[in-house]
Design a protein around this ligand. Sequence first.
Ligand SMILES: *[C@@H]1O[C@H](CO)[C@@H](O)[C@H](O)[C@H]1NC(C)=O
Length: 425
Amino acid sequence: MGKMQLFGAVAVMLAFYSAHAKVYFREEFLDGDAWESRWVNSKHKSDYGVLKLTAGNFYGDAEKDKGLQTSQDARFYATSARFEPFSNEGKPVVIQFTVKHEQKIDCGGGYVKVFPSDLDQTDMHGDSQYYIMFGPDICGYSTKKVHVIFNYKGKNHLIKKEIKCKDDELTHLYTLILNPDQTYIVKIDNEKVESGSLEEDWDFLPSKKIKDPEAKKPEDWDDRAKIDDADDTKPEDWDKPENIPDPDAKKPDDWDEDMDGEWEPPMIPNPEYKGEWKPKQIDNPNYKGPWVHPEIDNPEYSADSTIYKFDSVSVLGLDLWQVKSGTIFDNFLITDDVKEAEDIGNETWGVTKEPEKKMKQEQDDLKRKEEEEKNKEQGTEADDDDDEDDDDDEGDEDLDEEPKEEVDDSLSETEEEALDPKDEL
Ligand SMILES: *[C@@H]1O[C@H](CO)[C@@H](O)[C@H](O)[C@H]1NC(C)=O
């Protein structure tokens, strides 16, 4: 690139980004193989899966949609890219990227990890300490969630809320916004799906209040709302036997007292039996209400307005496991500007999502037609007389895809148990 061109590119970028926006990291894989010089594969294990650059089987733009795709089944993947270290103190930080599970993922991570500057990238692995882990995770039917994990004082804390992730085959945009007022927002496809405060939605700090260990329920605390009415007495005629001899029973004619003993009528429930007598219940005049254990400030608690703060953010990594490979990661962005991130999301994912969907739709339609043709040929061979409507089946639904899917699903369920790593927890 010549000096003038370089100058031009910089000028365009300066014009493009608003005055205060800081983009710490942006990777869209738009320069061929050059990404290989920016990304460092971990050598912690010898058999990590290979990530390759591709737009996949369907896309909105053959070049712009190129991203890193997991290419080998049942592998760990570990690669990362470094940028100038920054602190998010006093500023928002946005972490954003796209994920496309075009393989119909059964079990595997789709998240990123953001690391401090002291990470040894060539040794990055499941236990490497990170600042933030964010993004979708799918395993079978039960796990389909967005992780938001923050490291606080050396410990990883998972969000307490359940955020559902996308599980279709299209590209989706995941965004995490972390604000200096200790609030956060999670967006999928540029729409808010969750938000709240760090203190409420994670267990970073011990609880503010605890039950006063000194306090005890007083002996004479009366917490019975109702009591027996002392003036109520059992009616004279209350007690009746529960069962009585059946008045309608008759001694059988052939009853032989010598042989059978004295005849007794069978017992039946007494219709006049009223059960056990209980006095009427009245309001307890001494009722004090339920005793509430008084709370005191927890001496272990101390507020921390810097939970959100990470001093030296410097590496973004993919460190994950996949059973069925094929996921494409793209459009990585770390910035301090929420609006800028939304703009960039709109200009990348927002522009290519519709054409991508259309291309996939066309491929699916074509596949279905081919299946139908094949089925018809087989049907014709089996039964020569039954081929009257050869030409207009396009409108039929794709019933013939179902059995194949069932096979895949049962496979993923067995693999899920054996292979779910959960290394980061
Ligand atoms: C991004 O696109 C959405 C949907 O078209 C729109 O509502 C939103 O205003 C856009 N955001 C920005 C920052 O332009």
